[in-house]
Design a protein around this ligand. Structure first.
Ligand code: NAD
Ligand code: UFG
Length: 334
């Protein structure tokens, strides 16, 4: 089976490319390197010892998409390409809606023209806004997103649902990721954010390395076990394998629209992350409690039972593994 992977050189795309190649899928990659590096292509080849076709280009350019579908017999698409920085999306809504929504419209149009109707789409737990129930089920109400990034994901979900309504020979899987962290065991690929990290774990690893002085813990007065924010962290390799499970589901079912949470079902606080990181890596993480960050919610964790049951998706890695692997990558990188 030949899978077109958009945003292949990014954090989740690169780990998924490795798992796809390990499972003997053929892949065709695309990236414009707006948030990744060219070296990642060779790193994926180095880890898997396999080759694949790659195109440098932008999803907003229909010509490159047309070329890719003409030159390759694509069976299915996994669409990772998007901008993902929540704060940045508030400042640059036009760029976010264009890149995250128009790119998908281009892709779907070209897929339709080429009669390729199987797609796995990267969505996010952010579509639940401030969730009405915990743990979060796929049936938990979505909406009330607090930033253009989250709204762009919700919009694409709606577009995919409308598309399926219009033609139920499409075969669509929407995956709502919780908080992916960690890195491939080899330490060759991992999360490499531009500038100062906005997310917790890349910030922690940079403090551990001495690149940043201390971690700011955004609030300790939430209604949680220790007052700090609770999230559902999932190892990026487990998340990558979730995409293979989704493809297998789509291969078996042939048509349908499916939505799954990909998380572990376990909530960990910011202080849990600090303590576990210190324990498994034997490095002290200096931190200070500061004000809450705008737009943050107290608690967010999944009910993962639907993916467990319908995709046979089971996570292999715990928080200790995630934080060991995150550090293994950071200490080996520049
Ligand atoms: P990432 O930024 O590391 O990867 C995205 C990749 O897409 C990058 O390599 C970037 O260069 C590329 N890209 C962006 N716009 C493009 C365009 N127009 N044309 C071609 N390439 C383009 O992000 P990630 O963490 O790997 O996220 C992958 C997907 O998962 C995104 O859709 C993101 O919104 C979603 N997601 C991520 C998280 C998370 O916490 N990392 C959580 C939920 C959902
Ligand atoms: N946090 C800190 N200090 C930091 C960074 C984060 O205390 O320097 C805290 C936050 O307040 C939160 C927790 O750590 O309680 C996790 O924050 P992240 O920024 O790592 O993750 P979020 O849950 O806020 O958001 C992430 C992605 C979103 C995605 C969401 C749900 O950034 O794109 O997970 O999947 F939508």
């Amino acid at each position: 089976m030949k899978i077109f992977v958009t945003g292949m050189c990014g954090y989740i795309g690169s780990h998924t490319a490795v798992e796809l190649l390990n499972q003997n899928y053929e892949i065709v990659g695309l990236d414009n390197f707006s948030n990744s590096k060219k070296e990642t292509i060779d790193k994926i080849k180095q880890i898997t010892k396999k080759d694949f076709k790659f195109y440098e280009g932008d999803m907003l350019d229909k010509n490159i998409l047309t070329k890719i579908f003409k030159e390759n017999k694509i069976d299915a698409v996994i669409d990772f390409a998007a901008y993902k920085a929540v704060g940045d999306s508030v400042k640059n809504p036009i760029e976010y809606y264009t890149n995250n929504v128009s790119s998908v419209l281009n892709l779907l149009k070209i897929m339709k023209e080429n009669n390729v109707k199987t797609i796995v789409f990267s969505s996010s737990a952010t579509v639940y806004g401030n969730p009405e129930e915990m743990p979060i089920k796929e049936t938990t109400k979505t909406g009330n997103t607090t930033n253009p990034y989250g709204t762009s994901k919700l919009m694409v979900e709606k577009i995919l649902k409308d598309l399926y309504e219009s033609d139920n020979s499409w075969n669509i899987c929407i995956l709502r990721y919780f908080n992916p962290i960690g890195a491939h065991k080899s330490g060759i690929i991992g999360e490499d954010p531009n500038g100062i990290p906005a997310n917790l774990v890349p910030y922690v690893t940079q403090v551990a390395k001495g690149k940043l002085e201390y971690l700011k813990v955004f609030g300790n007065d939430y209604n949680t076990k220790d007052g700090t924010g609770v999230r559902d962290y999932i190892h990026v390799v487990d998340l990558a394998i979730g995409h293979i499970k989704a493809l297998q589901k789509l291969e078996n079912e042939k048509k349908g629209l499916y939505i799954y949470n990909l998380g572990t079902g376990k909530g960990s606080s910011v202080l849990d992350i600090i303590k576990t990181f210190e324990k498994v890596n034997n490095i002290k993480i200096p931190y200070k409690i500061t004000e809450r960050r705008d737009g943050d919610i107290a608690t967010c964790y999944s009910d993962p039972s639907k993916a467990q049951k319908e995709l046979n998706f089971k996570v292999q890695y715990n928080l200790e593994d995630m934080l060991k692997d995150a550090w293994n990558y950071e200490k080996n990188s520049q």
